[in-house]
Design a protein around this ligand. Structure first.
Ligand SMILES: Cc1cc2nc3c(=O)[nH]c(=O)nc-3n(C[C@H](O)[C@H](O)[C@H](O)COP(=O)(O)OP(=O)(O)OC[C@H]3O[C@@H](n4cnc5c(N)ncnc54)[C@H](O)[C@@H]3O)c2cc1C
Length: 290
């Protein structure tokens, strides 16, 4: 097996251009599981862990740029205030070992419908920055996933970073699994509030072939908060509004029965989680926690 370990981003892109079949490896927490299960042995293997700058993040003009190789543990440690939804999702991933190795870029590239970064990135309106020797592309995260474990990444492209606004308001993430930790989501929901814009955004995981949003729930939530003057009064969201929001979140899903849960259970759980994340985010807004 050929193992290539560039230290410069340009060299990594040149390697990928010369050998589009080269398989990138970051944390290896998806890739090595597949190899050890008897999957194809990647050759050449393109190690991204030594590429300068790929594990950096920065903040500029109200936007965050998070390098593809930033691991979950650092999202939790360093970005809880700036990207609370993504940090909350990162906190639920795997175990400490997986959170130390697993990266946001690896999660995106694997493009699993159950990937925990995807719902908060959708709710935040993130953009995936991909690059090749041909140049750079900015792909809205909603267009990045093209099917189950399929993405818009071309064979010669690598994920450089993900970009998102610094959280304009409260963000929440909740996930149901078959146990408390080390678990792939049965379903997950993220929500983000933008008080200045008066918007509510969502992201849903593990309930459709690709991670998706719930546009009707978003429109309903924004209209109710505005029409009832709740942004100004900061009073609690009436129960029927929160319940209806959850129902609309569930209605946006196209779940299947699989080993982790039935479609019916996923719909039920989504309605509960949708209501819960909205109420929690609203509490954050009311109490000025964010
Ligand atoms: C025990 C265990 C528990 C887990 N729990 C969770 C969980 O709770 N939630 C969850 O979402 N996931 C979970 N995972 C899956 C995995 O940890 C995540 O998907 C992780 O983010 C993968 O990142 P990585 O850096 O390890 O990717 P790798 O395994 O290195 O790579 C994954 C894929 O992405 C490609 N790739 C990596 N980086 C790039 C790049 N910059 N550009 C282009 N392609 C790239 C690789 O070629 C490969 O196809 C778990 C895995 C294990 C083993």
């Amino acid at each position: 097996m050929t193992f290539v370990a560039p230290t410069r981003w340009e060299d990594a892109l040149a390697e990928k251009a010369a050998r589009p079949d080269a398989v990138p490896i970051a944390g290896g927490t998806d890739l090595m599981v597949a190899v050890n299960r008897g999957g194809p042995r990647p050759d050449p293997l393109l190690d991204l862990t030594r590429v300068a700058g790929l594990a950096d993040w920065s903040q500029h003009d109200g936007r965050l740029r998070i390098g593809a190789a930033v691991p979950y543990a650092r999202l939790v440690r360093e970005l809880t205030a700036l990207a609370p939804g993504l940090a909350a999702a990162a906190r639920t991933v795997g175990s400490p070992q997986i959170r130390n190795r697993g990266t946001v870029g690896g999660n995106l590239a694997s493009a699993s419908p159950a990937g925990d970064c995807h719902p908060p990135l959708l709710a935040a309106g993130a953009v995936v920055e991909v690059a090749s020797v041909r140049g750079q592309r900015q792909i809205p995260v909603g267009d990045f996933f093209t099917g189950v474990k399929r993405s818009a990444l071309a064979p010669d492209e690598l994920i450089a970073a993900v970009e998102l606004p610094v959280a304009p308001g409260p963000q929440e993430f909740a996930k149901v699994g078959t146990r408390n930790a080390m678990v792939i989501a049965v379903c997950s929901v993220a929500v983000g509030l933008d008080p200045a814009a008066g918007t509510v955004r969502t992201g849903l995981g593990s309930v459709a072939p690709t991670p998706c949003r719930a546009p009707e729930a978003e429109a309903f939530g924004a209209a109710e908060l505005a029409d009832r003057g709740l942004w100004e009064s900061r009073t609690p969201i009436p129960d029927p509004v929160a319940v209806r929001f959850g129902e609309l979140v569930a209605a946006a899903a196209a779940p299947i029965d699989d080993v982790r849960g039935t479609a019916a259970y996923r719909r039920h759980a989504l309605a509960v989680l949708g209501r819960r994340v909205l109420v929690r985010a609203w509490l954050g807004y009311r109490t000025g926690a964010r």
